[in-house]
Ligand binder design. Structure first.
Ligand SMILES: [Zn+2]
Length: 550
């Protein structure tokens, strides 16, 4: 049907017609149809207009009224490492409802393994357990005393070890507290098994036999398809991977070389502070600037630095103490001097810093570091990022605006784990809890993330932005809610801005990468309560259908 007599190669490769295309351009244009050629958006418009761009070889998808958005960009996750965890015991809730459930699952794994072999569990969250407390070494001893057991908490900032694991690590009542970490001890001075922050956790982790880099890369590459399939089923077309060490970068490189990377990945390489990473020194020495990479599928978007712990486990650094814990203001893993020095080095080398800072005390440290970097060498549009920004005080918003700092906000936490954050901070401080409306009002660009918690990350995050509702049906500072359209921006164009490529993706405009999702309902008009149930029907990356719901 080359009605207009164009040569076939000038027609679209793919057109989506008869739908509601939310383009997320600057004037919130809504179209009926969209055409794609060579992996990029050719045009959005009416069905009649777009059909004219279809030739004999064009794939035509009839949307039957369904809603299309730009593909979701999640700006802080840890995905490829999930491939290494195939042998781990998943202790997330659900399905775990009690410490007994966890003990039972660990015991079952131990039964499969000879005595002496390590049993690794992960993802427990005491706030979701009947007992409402961390398991202790004695709980884990019920699973096995002949296997060392290491059980990580969701979020990666805390763990519990059984008695054998503690013994192998040489941890007893006389062990001094490590710098930047905490070995919990009971009233009599005996370790309880709980370990807070890497400095303490690593005492045990160092005893777990390591796999070689080659083996790790091989395992991650092998297990990637299952990990990626789930991400695509949630409509994610880009993820930003936070603190990436060499094996993970190598695994991604391998996947790309094999033509097996379907979604787009932005890497935040591990800085030295506090991750003992390589990125700052290596990249700055080589003069490699943020944005270098292997094309539009895989590139380096920054250097990951870190300041504090996590809110749910009460290790995020606050100015004022946690609720019902007058002595606890959280943990800081770096000195201001270390953080500033590394931030300045990255800044001078043309590298973007992505600084993990959740509590207000940590955010001040991050802002101090960025301020010093900008004092040393002013630079417009540096897009240094704060990762998470979980509790922000009003004056800090003004500082963020003035310094031009962007935020990767973990608003995806609100629904699955917001309740534990309310417990930790108290009602009064909720106005500064992932303050999405304030970010917007101050002109601070905020992307969204779930940092591994919950499911269907982008949709759950959009629901959090719009309703501020938690799993226990609490509403966390309704005045910080934003519109559905603004919430969509958080997970599309703002995410693109956070990696410095908002001209390339994040909206459905001519010339941009054709990354799109088709939803099963119109999230702009449904009851906001229903957003959480929204399903992705189809995911398209670079004009290629990479996921279809069956
Ligand atoms: Zn993270």
């Amino acid at each position: 049907m080359s009605a207009q007599g164009f040569p076939e190669e000038l027609y679209a490769d793919l057109v989506l017609v008869n739908g509601k295309i939310i383009t997320v351009d600057s004037s919130d244009t809504i179209a009926e149809a969209v055409a794609v050629r060579d992996g990029r958006i050719l045009k959005a418009g009416s069905t009649a207009e777009i059909k004219r761009l279809a030739g004999r070889r064009t794939r035509i998808i009839d949307l039957k009224g369904r809603t299309v958005l730009p593909g979701f960009i999640d700006s802080h996750e840890h995905c490829i490492r999930r491939g290494l965890q195939a042998d781990w015991v998943n202790c997330a809730s659900p399905p775990m409802t009690s410490i007994d459930d966890i003990v039972e699952a660990l015991r079952a794994k131990a039964a499969e393994k000879p005595a002496g072999e390590w049993i690794i569990g992960n993802w427990f969250d005491e706030s979701k357990l009947k007992e409402g407390r961390f398991p202790t070494r004695y709980d884990l001893d019920r699973a096995s005393t002949r296997h060392p057991i290491y059980l990580g908490r969701a979020g990666g900032h805390n763990a519990v070890a059984n008695s054998l694991a503690l013994r192998l690590a040489g941890i007893d009542r006389n062990t001094p507290q490590p710098q930047g970490g905490r070995i919990e001890k009971d009233g009599s001075g005996e370790p309880t098994g709980r370990l807070d922050e890497l400095a303490a956790m690593n005492l045990v982790r160092a005893k777990i036999p390591t796999t070689s880099t080659e083996e790790e890369v091989e395992i991650m590459v092998r297990n990637w398809p299952q990990v990626e399939e789930e991400l695509l089923s949630w409509g994610l077309t880009t993820i930003h991977e936070a603190h990436i060490k060499a094996p993970e970068a190598l695994a991604y490189q391998e996947l790309l070389n094999q033509g097996r990377l379907r979604l787009r990945v932005g890497l935040m390489l591990d800085g030295m502070t506090p991750y003992q990473g390589y990125a700052t020194s290596d990249l700055s020495r080589q003069g490699l600037h943020t944005g270098f990479g292997w094309g539009d599928k895989l590139r380096v978007i920054g250097v990951k630095l870190g300041v504090d712990g996590a809110m749910g486990s009460r290790t995020a650094a606050l100015h004022k103490p946690y609720e019902n814990e007058p002595e606890n203001r959280g943990i800081v893993r770096v000195t201001q001097e270390e953080l500033t020095e590394e931030t300045v080095r990255c800044h001078l080398a043309g590298l973007r810093v992505c600084i993990h800072a959740i509590g207000d005390r940590a955010i001040d440290m991050a802002l101090d570091a960025v301020e010093e970097a900008l004092r040393r060498r002013p630079r417009e549009d540096h897009r240094h990022r704060i990762e998470h920004a979980g509790y922000v005080e009003e004056p800090q918003l003004e500082r963020m605006r003035r310094l031009g700092v962007a935020v990767s906000a973990s608003i995806g936490f609100c629904y699955p784990i917001g309740d534990s954050h309310l417990d930790a901070l108290g009602e009064e401080r909720m106005r500064g809890y992932y303050p999405m409306r304030s970010f917007r009002e101050y002109g601070i660009v905020a992307g969204g993330n779930s940092d591994g918690f919950g499911r269907n990350w982008a949709i759950t995050g959009i629901y959090g932005c719009v309703t501020r509702r938690t799993q226990r049906e609490k509403v966390l500072a309704e005045e910080q809610a934003i519109s559905v359209m603004d919430a969509i921006r958080v997970y599309t164009i703002n995410g693109a801005y956070l990696e410095g490529v908002e001209d390339e993706k994040g909206s459905l405009e001519p010339g941009k990468l054709a990354d799109m999702v088709v939803l099963d309902r119109d999230i702009l008009t449904i009851d906001p309560e229903e957003i959480i149930d929204t399903k992705v029907l189809m995911t398209i990356v670079g004009g290629e259908v990479v996921y279809e719901r069956r």
